[in-house]
Design a protein around this ligand. Sequence first.
Ligand code: GDG
Length: 460
Amino acid sequence: MAGRLIVVSNRIPTGDPSGGLVVALHDALLARGGTWIGADPDPSEEGRDRLHDLGNVPYQKRAFRLSAAERANYYSGYANSVLWPVCHRRTDLVEIRSEYRADYLAVNLRLARLIAKELGPQDVIWVHDYHFLPLATMLRSLGVTNRIGFFLHIPFPNITDLDVLPRPKDFARWLAGYNLVGLQTRRDVARAFEMFRADPRAEFLRDGTVKFEENIVSVASFPIGIDSEQIEGIAARADTGPFGAADPRELIIGADRLDYSKGLPQKFEAFGRLLQGRIDPQARPTLLQIASPSRADVAAYQQITSELQAISGRINGRYSELDWQPLRFVHRSVDRERLIGLMRRAEVGLVTPLADGMNLVAKEFVAAQDPEDPGVLVLSRFAGAAEDMKGALLINPHDLDETAGAVELALAMPLAERKCRFEDCLQVVRDSRISVWTDRYLARLASCVPTLSLAPRASA
Ligand code: GDG
């Protein structure tokens, strides 16, 4: 790659990078050099008309500032109260307000101008996620012909759900400004193609690309992964015993951001079914659910938190014994090494999203297992990870009996079958490891049809 790699994501690492995506992009920038642009977490509103340095070692980090109103309207509003629920098939939770869309477009346009000012002719821009859908269209309207790639980390919306957006036709046009649209799964690609097929402005070319007005866009799946080797290493030396005398014989673990897309009420209720159907009263399974707080200023997240507190209270009230609490709902984030240790200790990893782009927790659970005595992954069919992880026990999280039955099966599974399923899953995790994901995406972007000429358009 002759020019710089410029990564754009809403979140930008300050301190040590942690978490799959941030680590992957950090590694890509370390290897190639370049610049990472994101929103400054500092709430100061000063200097919104420029990018400023957040550090230059070992690569450049540049940040833009948001006003309090922009944080409310662009981030909590249009991104997380409109696009997030639309992509996660929860159109009932969409909150439409004109100021959300106005600030979403204003922030994207300001960012496009700031990026265009600093751009070299050979630079390649890699934009991440639904916060920046219109960025390429806006850059193009400013005369930028550089290669611009986009990766959507969350599910591609159903075509009918797109109609809920304030101006549904923008969605396809925004995506068509990119040279490459990367999606998590083949099913996501199928949904994107369905959207383009239904749009009279789009035409499918023989090489599989889509011509949309003056643009040509490639769409392909790049299932994201984790740094499997690193997690296997941490798990092998992690402390797995925080429970002391209360060490549960059968530990089921869940670890999710507290989000309505993660199917946590369904998970709790399915666990309740399992307890209800318990034949052996000595069996005392424990569900440990770590739910890291997320987007607490959005009403739908406050509601789901209260709902989960009520369900866990009901289940514990009904089944707890003096020396056993079946459901442990930990509404805070735990240290990464501790989390990986808990995953290794658990007999079952229970991952139940109702819709999820990939779900890295499923992959981390697999990588954290002891190959000589592995736990079993029970995984929702609606997680992107389910498309390839055929060694997991796949469930429909809406079907509480099916989920409870799969957990029972997992707890009773003989070692030989556990090993066999684990090896299948681990192969998938290793094959999709994060360095492969980054390399595949950037190689594909480099081979895309370049944007040669420009026909400037209205920016929104
Ligand atoms: C989006 C898409 C897609 C969770 N609790 C704690 C903690 N975690 C870590 C996990 C994992 C990460 O957070 C969560 O990643 P997921 O992929 O499961 O889910 P989203 O946050 O919704 O991510 C998703 C992903 O983007 C990447 O493309 O897979 O579909 O929704 O790494 O381990 N980490 C620590 N403490 C916790 O309590 N340290």
